[in-house]
Write a protein that binds this ligand. Structure first.
Ligand code: A4P
Ligand code: MG
Length: 191
């Protein structure tokens, strides 16, 4: 499905997918902050923006979610360090499992690698069960397969509650804010 590529210096470029979530404070600003920070690590493409009710404790605000494709030379753990640093810079406080957060960055896929490490599991454990991850991932990779499974066939899509903000009627302001810098939104990766 996805494969690493080589630059002219033969430095390996890895194709990674990162799930973004926010449900505290200025959610859109936190997601845009994350995209800007990720674009400083490598080349990015960005999915549509989704609104989703919380998975987990229900006494928390709705989430905004998106997925970023990042092409980077970083190793998986070095990339995780960067993701956690960006979360910290966004004022992330860990209060409770699956609880509210200004910014959550999950490494969903790293090439086709399977990684089991005390700090990192890839593919991300919840990927196939979360419509708010699968839908934006499909924006970027419509033919995606993880292992033997086609993402467009996963069961969670049958009862999806996440909605593309562009499909919602009264979200014009948030939608235009998402697309105000179109240079990195769904742009084609340079060869
Ligand atoms: N870790 C292991 N594998 C990974 C990976 N692939 N990517 C470790 C990122 N981190 C990974 O994560 C806990 C530890 O997981 C990290 O220290 C890292 O070493 P965390 O972000 O500190 O804790 P968390 O996010 O509260 O826990 P968890 O289990 O990662 O929660 P999730 O899975 O991120 O879910 N509802 C909606 N609608 N939308 C959401 O985005 N997000 C969550 C959080 C809950 N409900 C949601 C949403
Ligand atoms: Mg997380």
């Amino acid at each position: 499905m996805i494969d690493s590529t080589h630059s002219s210096q033969d430095q390996i470029h890895h194709i990674c997918y990162i799930g973004l979530g926010s449900n505290l404070g200025d959610r859109l600003a936190y997601l845009r902050f994350a995209i800007k920070a990720l674009s400083e690590i490598g080349q990015v493409r960005v999915s549509r923006l989704y609104a989703s009710p919380p998975m987990g404790p229900q006494d928390q605000p709705d989430y905004l979610n998106a997925v970023v494709e990042l092409v980077t030379t970083l190793s998986p753990l070095a990339l995780l360090d960067q993701l956690q640093a960006i979360e910290q810079d966004a004022g992330r406080v860990r209060k409770r499992h699956w609880g509210e957060r200004t910014l959550d960055l999950d490494l969903l896929l790293y090439d086709q690698d399977q990684i089991q490490h005390p700090r990192l599991n890839v593919p991300h454990v919840g990927l196939m069960e979360r419509d708010f991850v699968v839908l934006p991932l499909l924006d970027l990779l419509p033919q995606a397969t993880v292992g033997e499974v086609r993402l467009s066939d996963v069961a969670c899509l049958q009862s999806a509650t996440a909605k593309a903000v562009s499909d919602l009627p009264v979200q014009d302001a948030i939608q235009s804010a998402w697309f105000q810098d179109e240079s990195f939104m769904l742009a084609k990766r340079q060869a």
